[in-house]
Structure formats: structure tokens, C-alpha cells
Write a protein that binds this ligand. Structure first.
Ligand SMILES: C[S@@+](CC[C@H](N)C(=O)[O-])C[C@H]1O[C@@H](n2cnc3c(N)ncnc32)[C@H](O)[C@@H]1O
Length: 341
């Protein structure tokens, strides 16, 4: 049992780093949250932009075509989506029939076997466990992946940042403050302040950028900065979820809840252009497409046309995708390669 295994590891080798703890809670091969049940969607645990409806995928397909045009329409353009879940975004993008994928393949990279088994596959749409290591002309995209990569925790004592690990007291998991951290975080260690250290997210972006020969990396997530998080209570940026509600303390309910963190943009590799999802989608012409949807609905609703119903749903989907206090307030980071700086 996962809880017992974790306790035995701590008894054998001492406190676990927070990232090792999160790694087991989310991805343990038998009992991790994403191994057993965790998923996006109305019937899942949290609602992401692709799960709002197909309109988000349609807009990302437009962005993919724009990227392809900027590269002078390469024939071998490929798309790799990482953290693809059960393939909802992939399906919407393929349905939108972007020109860039006329010859290319869309690869859905997903760590959870259970979710990979739910993915739709075809000649154009393939499932994988890792980013293919061959050089890529095209785009890598990741929606709400980085917030789910294991991270460490530090606490300030007024002089130093100290690592927060997970130990045991009376056979219960407890936070254990370790010695001075070697991480250089560039934020003053105010007494009692907490920050996440997101080396896995940094390395993931670095690795994705190394794979792209020419094209773009698009990352969409809830995000802020290390400085900002150091001034806010930990439970406002380190959150747990299950069944569309906030979950329990991360040390409880092991393997039965999602553990996520706001992405510290300053901890990622430099060179990204940063915008909010709201601004990004407005640049992709969402307002015009919603207006077009309104016209189609007016014209065809009386005949109960499916096209009209789909067009009308653009209006409600756009509201959710643009909401500045919700998905519209997420951040979109885009790295273009070869980079111009
Ligand atoms: C919050 S879900 C987002 C799912 C989907 N992108 C969406 O927006 O609905 C994060 C997903 O990333 C997957 N994941 C985490 N680490 C991964 C990795 N290193 N490679 C591939 N998938 C990963 C998880 O299993 C999970 O399905």
C-alpha cells in the first residue's frame, strides 16, 4: 500500500523531499492519483480549457497553422502534445483540420497508462509515453502540465531558505524543516515565507526546447512568480483537488487527490513571450469567431441544425475561456525557435 511504502521509505532513509513525495502521490505505478483515477473533464476531477468544449482546440489549431505559415509551410510539420490526458484537445484539433497537419502526425504524450488507453488513435494521431527524441519541425504544446510536475518546498527563517521535507511523527506524515537549501532562488528568505522550487518544470521546458529544430513551444497554465508566491499563503498556490472541489492537506488522502502548484514563470528558461489566455485567444480572433457563431445560430436555429447548436456553444465556451478570474487569467508562454535573441 502506498501510504505504508512511503512510511517505510522514511523510516529507512529519513525524510523525503517534497518532490519525491508528490511524485509518489500522483504517479506511483499502482496507487498514484493519475494511475488510478485522476482526469480532467466534467466527469473527472477538474475542468480544463480543452474540456470546456471543442472551441479551445479550434483556436489552438489556428495558432498551429499560424506557426506553420511563419515557418514557410514545412511539409513535415509535427505536433507533440505533452500531458495529453485522454486526448480531448487532440481530438478537437484534428477535427478542426488544420492545414499544417495535412502530412504530419499529432503525438499525444501521456504518462498515465489509464489515460493513454482512453486516447483516440489513428494514422494521424498517435499515443506515446515520452516526447519523440528525433529533431522536431513543428510545435510542442502542453496545457496544464507544468503545474502537475513534482516540485520542492522551501521555508524562510529570516536568514536562509530551508528545505521542507516529509517526515514521520507518531506514524503520521509531518513537515520536517531541514538544513539550509543550496537552491539560489533570488527572493529574500523572510521568516515563515514559503516558496516552491520547480526544477522539473525548468528541465522539462529545456528538454522540449532542445527537441525543436524550428517551431514553437506553447505552455498554458496557472502561473505567477516566486516573489509573488513568497508573499502569499502556501495554500493559495499549492492546491489539492478531487471531484471538482478543493481537496485536503497534501499530506492526507495519499493518492486520492491531485496536488498542483502555480507555475513560477521566473524559474523557467528565458525567452518566452508571456500573455494571459484571454489576450492570447483574443489575438487568435476569438471575438470574431463568437460573432460568426451568433449569426449562424440566428440564421439556422429555427431548423434545429446541428451546425447552429455548435455555433451557439461558442458563445458560452468563450465566456469560460476568457474569464479573467478563471481560465482567461491563466498564462500562455510561447518560445519560438530558432530564437531571435
Ligand atoms: C492536469 S492534467 C491536464 C490534462 C490535459 N492537458 C488537459 O488540459 O485537460 C496533467 C496531465 O499530465 C500528465 N503528465 C504529468 N507528467 C507528465 C509527463 N512527464 N509526461 C507526460 N504526461 C505527464 C498527467 O498524467 C495528467 O494526465
Amino acid at each position: 500500500m502506498l501510504t505504508v511504502d512511503l512510511k517505510n521509505r522514511i523510516k529507512r532513509s529519513g525524510p523525503l523531499s517534497f518532490s519525491d513525495f508528490v511524485e509518489s502521490c500522483l504517479y506511483d505505478l499502482d496507487e498514484g492519483f493519475y494511475t488510478k483515477r485522476g482526469s480532467a473533464g466534467r466527469r473527472g476531477d477538474f475542468l480544463t480549457s480543452p474540456e470546456v468544449g471543442p472551441f479551445f482546440g479550434f483556436l489552438i489549431a489556428n495558432w498551429l497553422d499560424e506557426t506553420w505559415l511563419k515557418l514557410n509551410k514545412p511539409e513535415n510539420f509535427q505536433v507533440v502534445e505533452v500531458g495529453a490526458g485522454s486526448g480531448t484537445l487532440a481530438r478537437a484539433i484534428i477535427d478542426a483540420q488544420p492545414h499544417c497537419l495535412k502530412n504530419g502526425v499529432y503525438t499525444m504524450v501521456e504518462r498515465s497508462q489509464k489515460l493513454r488507453e482512453e486516447q483516440p488513435t489513428s494514422e494521424k494521431l498517435v499515443s506515446a509515453t515520452e516526447i519523440p527524441d528525433s529533431p522536431l519541425v513543428g510545435a510542442v504544446i502542453a496545457n496544464e502540465l507544468l503545474d502537475n510536475l513534482p516540485f520542492d518546498l522551501l521555508e524562510g527563517d529570516g536568514e536562509y531558505w530551508k528545505e521542507v521535507c516529509i517526515g514521520l511523527m507518531n506514524d503520521q506524515f509531518v513537515e520536517t524543516l531541514m538544513g539550509e537549501s543550496k537552491e539560489s532562488v533570488g527572493v529574500p528568505p523572510v521568516k515563515g515565507a514559503r516558496i516552491p522550487v520547480q526544477n522539473k518544470a525548468h528541465n522539462w521546458v529545456e528538454n522540449a526546447l532542445e527537441t525543436i529544430v524550428s517551431g514553437s513551444l506553447l505552455v498554458i497554465d496557472y502561473a505567477s512568480t516566486t516573489q509573488e508566491m513568497s508573499q502569499r499563503p502556501q495554500d493559495s498556490w499549492l492546491r489539492t483537488f478531487k471531484k471538482h472541489s478543493r481537496g485536503d492537506n497534501p499530506l492526507d488522502n495519499i493518492g486520492n487527490q491531485d496536488i498542483t502548484v502555480e507555475v513560477a514563470i521566473d524559474q523557467l528558461p528565458n525567452g518566452a513571450s508571456v500573455s494571459t489566455q484571454r489576450d492570447f485567444l483574443k489575438n487568435q480572433g476569438i471575438d470574431r469567431l463568437v460573432e460568426e457563431g451568433r449569426h449562424i445560430w440566428k440564421e439556422f436555429s429555427s431548423v434545429g441544425d446541428l451546425k447552429a447548436v455548435k455555433a451557439r456553444s461558442r458563445i458560452t465556451e468563450a465566456e469560460a475561456l476568457l474569464d479573467p478570474d478563471g481560465l482567461g487569467g491563466f498564462f500562455v508562454l510561447e518560445w519560438d525557435l530558432p530564437s531571435v535573441d
